[in-house]
Design a protein around this ligand. Structure first.
Ligand SMILES: Nc1ncnc2c1ncn2[C@@H]1O[C@H](COP(=O)(O)OP(=O)(O)OP(=O)(O)O)[C@@H](O)[C@H]1O
Ligand SMILES: [Mg+2]
Length: 294
């Protein structure tokens, strides 16, 4: 049975309900996801889980299937096989509207902001608050400030066009906009890819605020330093399959790179310690090879 749509529209009571939610339950469970594009098998039997209040990084080389997996989750590309559960109920994500109604918000890499509109207008576009049939500009501005304060966002004014903001501030606006419907899951596709050092720190800080608010966060990133700094768990995809899952506190860049490149292959068991090895040749009588040796 598809899960009923969550209530849409942001208000104080929905904010409180998210913030006070118990953390630790799996809000999302994807099992055995397959996706083909013609002859290309983009995903084969992929499993992926997210808890509430957890940041899960999705890493992998170019073409590993990261974007395809989040597009399945965002309802852009329905899966060919596999199941998706939200709070334990199997759901169908056939369109982006299905995903949005079920509380899955995606911030795509291009952000899709309206450059000529101000911050308030961008946040509420298509979901404007009305009061007695007219736009409630004051209400929208107040709630915009409330949300930005909660995210500890550094935006000087909410009445300037988005085109005047820095890359980090625009990312902040796009993330704030994704929170208007109080999603359970927020997907961020390469949020720091185009940012400098200070702006990256700002966005990583923002991701921590999302976790504090109880959202499950899916972070796609090629930057392992960012991933290790902010993620709780790291899921590696390789050639469209799962290739390892790591607790971020224990993972290192070396291990992650090995899993990403295939030097560490979770599908291939490590050799047993008592497996026969090549015979050891005693070194007595051996001599160091010199340049004249062939
Ligand atoms: N719309 C599509 N049509 C055909 N093939 C596609 C489509 N989208 C993705 N693919 C293929 O599916 C595979 C996985 O691609 P995907 O974009 O998910 O990888 P990715 O991990 O996001 O890579 P990147 O790090 O480069 O963004 C690739 O072989 C890609 O060419
Ligand atoms: Mg991609």
């Amino acid at each position: 049975m598809p899960r009923p749509a969550l209530r849409r529209g942001w208000n104080e009571s929905t904010r409180v309900s998210v913030s006070s939610r118990r953390t630790g339950d799996h809000v999302l469970t994807m099992r055995g996801i397959d996706k083909r594009f013609g002859a290309v098998r983009a995903l084969s039997g992929v499993d992926f889980r997210v808890r509430e209040g957890e940041v899960v990084a999705l890493v992998g080389d170019n073409g590993a299937g990261k974007s395809t997996l989040v597009k399945v989750l965002a309802g852009v590309h329905p899966a060919d096989a596999g199941t998706i559960e939200l709070d334990g109920d199997v759901v169908q994500l056939s369109t982006p509207a299905d995903a949005q109604d079920l509380g899955i918000a995606t911030v795509f890499q291009d952000l899709a902001l309206c450059e000529n509109l101000d911050v308030v207008a961008n946040l509420w576009l298509g979901r404007e608050l009305l009061e007695r049939g007219r736009l409630d500009e004051v209400g929208m501005e107040e709630r915009t400030w409330m949300l930005l304060r909660e995210l500890a966002a550094k935006i000087p004014s909410v009445r300037v066009p988005v085109s005047t903001l820095s890359g980090g501030q625009r990312q902040t606006v796009a993330i704030a906009r994704s929170l208007i419907g109080e999603p359970r899951i927020v997907i961020l596709d390469e949020p720091t890819a185009a940012l400098g050092v200070a702006q990256t720190a700002e966005v990583l800080n923002l991701i921590e605020r999302l976790r504090d608010r109880g959202h499950g966060v899916v972070l796609i990133s090629h930057n392992l330093t960012d991933v290790l700094a902010v993620a709780d768990r790291i899921v590696v995809l390789r050639l469209g399959r799962n290739n390892g899952e790591f607790d971020a506190e224990e993972a290192t860049s070396e291990v992650l790179i090995a899993a990403i490149t295939g030097a560490l292959d979770v599908a291939r068991p490590a050799p047993l310690p008592d497996e026969p090895r090549a015979p050891v040749i005693p070194l007595s009588g051996a001599r160091r090879r010199t340049d004249g040796d062939r």
